[in-house]
Design a protein around this ligand. Sequence first.
Ligand SMILES: [Zn+2]
Length: 382
Amino acid sequence: MRRQELRSVFIHSPEFEKYELAPHHPFRPVRSKATYDLCAKLNLLSHDWIQVVNPKPLGVEFLLLFHDHKYIEYLQAADKGKFFDKLIEFNLGTGECPVFRGLYDYAALCAGAAFEGVRSLIKDRCDIAFSPMGGHHHAGKRHAEGFCYINDVAVIITYLLHRGMRVAYVDLDAHHGNGVQDAFYENDRVLTISLHETGETLYPWGGHRTETGEGPGQGYNVNIPLPPATDDEIYMAAFREIVPPLVEAFRPDLIISVAGADVLAVDPLTHLSLTNNAMADAAAVLRGFSKKLLVLGGGGYDIDALARAWALVWAVLNNIEPKDEYLGTVGGVFLGETDVESGSLRDAHVYTTGPDKKRINKQVNDTIDYIKRIVFPVHGLR
Ligand SMILES: [Zn+2]
């Protein structure tokens, strides 16, 4: 898609920064403001093809597309910020999913941001939409999990299915997207591909390559678990081997991706060794499908690294070079040489070497072979 044909939407609400899950909780809603501010500073929002949209909380009738009504009732009851015993049944009021004042409004606003993205896309108001506050892929139908209360991804995919659409979901967060996998495990109208740190070393402890869907959904759920210390090179090789052929064969109406910044080597909660160059390269591939594309933020627990990574992803999605007198330029070449001069938005590459690299390469190649053997034939690929 040429730049002059592209229309994009950046979704951000100043309301997000009002919320705090708990003091010192690693998930900080200020991430949306941090990304927005950096993009604004780098002149990545003030172009005539870009619209910045302020989302509204999503109505309960849409939340119920995926969630159980009892769970939504208790989320609403938890909005006052007071814990009571019954909430534990829904995993609310735990260390990972604390109860806080405004919890329901916050969760509905996150879902509203993702919904604003799909609505802009299907109403043909844009071709690409990005919501830094989206991608709450761990929440279940009737429980909170992994810092996620409302599963915005499952809600909007269900909405799209009701409209007769086919959705490719590419989950690039460091954690396996268990909530979304479970939601569409038997569905052949959702192609779910998740690249994530292996469940042997990271929550939610699943996402094995053998989880490939069931019934009509057999072959429509793909997991690429990655060992700790997987670097950009290994990651992008796996991504290119699996994602483009499957997405092209599936022919989705729309692509949704979660671009979790917790894949970064500096992330305090995870163990991959990626840099934002891999995130940028993956975004460029997704943009290259020339399909309607919604990118949601996902995880990321180093706010500065997250803001730089998502500003870079946003720049790549829009095919523009940020220029800033302090930060310098991105380098101008997104798909070729990377610019690691100090001051660039791009991280310096981190390379895993020696026996570790060999071992990781072998494990990931085994997974690629497995997927090609088990999943590719379902899609007429060899
Ligand atoms: Zn994550």
